[in-house]
Design a protein around this ligand. Structure first.
Ligand SMILES: NC(=O)c1ccc[n+]([C@@H]2O[C@H](COP(=O)([O-])OP(=O)(O)OC[C@H]3O[C@@H](n4cnc5c(N)ncnc54)[C@H](OP(=O)(O)O)[C@@H]3O)[C@@H](O)[C@H]2O)c1
Length: 260
């Protein structure tokens, strides 16, 4: 039997993110906006990044502790300057949430090459560039940190007509594992969240369609998620006290859909 004399930490302290400085990409809507709000509500300083800066300014105005930052994650030359700008706004970064993403449907044979490339650039290349630039900064200052990559249910479960997106999210999941192994020695944890269908601008039109309504009947919990359904997994992975021994993990938050 293993004996531990560690004191039990109350949940409030376990998930207290005071001192953490987070950068959330794609924070102008949906999941990313919610991630920024939840991290800030638990004491982190949060740099909220996206292209629609009007929305980021509104978010920052309503939430002390959130700082807006214009960033197109596909403009790879602007990533290092953006991280520098983020640190000028909020201090040395300790947490990166790679959330920005786009989706497009369609069968492979019908997908224009430009659409395929846009999905891979936004969903895969940007995660590689953002994480690499973030890790380089932390390694240089010998500081620990954490990366949370937003993958998807379809990273493992491919459906017809979502190939470009599913392939991109499978790459995010594999990248999470590769990054976690490479950076564990530097104290940088890398984990993923795999959401199922969650209400957002990305999904609402599909969810309201007849095909979407049929799909919902096949989810074991018979419902779609709300961005708030991800609060717990986000806080778990963000808190080094709560998940300091977790790296390379992927948490499914999908109402059981991966099993159906
Ligand atoms: N909703 C779901 O059911 C679901 C399920 C699994 C995974 N996900 C993933 O969760 C993430 C968020 O999706 P969501 O549902 O919240 O969709 P959303 O409401 O459409 O939000 C997407 C966000 O990504 C940002 N973005 C897109 N391209 C960008 C770029 N080039 N540079 C910077 N930001 C960019 C958008 O901001 P701007 O347009 O302002 O730049 C927006 O804030 C995505 O990675 C998505 O694949 C969603």
């Amino acid at each position: 039997m293993t004996k531990t004399d560690q004191q039990v930490t109350p949940a409030q302290q376990l998930f207290d993110l005071t001192g953490e400085v987070a950068l959330v990409t794609g924070a102008s809507s949906g999941l990313g906006r919610r991630f920024a709000e939840v991290l800030a509500a638990h004491g982190a300083k949060v740099v909220a990044a996206a292209r629609r800066t009007d929305r980021l300014s509104e978010l920052a105005a309503a939430n002390p502790g959130i700082f807006p930052l214009a960033l197109d994650v596909t403009a790879t030359d602007s990533i290092d300057p953006a991280l520098e700008a983020a640190e000028r706004l909020a201090g040395p970064l300790t947490l990166l949430v790679n959330n920005a993403g786009i989706a497009n449907g369609g069968r492979i044979v019908d997908t224009p090459v430009e659409q395929w490339e846009a999905v891979q650039r936004t969903n895969v290349d940007s995660v590689w560039h953002m994480a690499r630039a973030f890790a380089q900064r932390l390694i240089a200052r010998k500081a620990p940190g954490s990366i949370i990559n937003i993958a998807s249910l379809v990273a493992e479960k491919v459906g017809v007509s979502s190939a470009s997106y599913a392939i991109s999210k499978a790459a995010v999941l594999h990248m999470t594992k590769a990054q976690s192994i490479e950076w564990a020695r530097h104290g940088i944890r890398v984990n993923a969240i795999c959401p199922g269908y969650i209400h957002s601008e990305m999904t609402d039109a599909y969810l309201a369609s007849p095909a979407g309504q049929e799909m919902i009947k096949r989810i074991p919990q018979r419902r779609v998620g709300d961005p708030s359904d991800l609060d717990g997994s986000l806080l778990l992975l963000a808190s080094r006290r709560a998940s300091g021994f977790m790296t390379g993990a992927a948490i499914a938050v999908d109402g059981g859909q991966a099993l159906s």
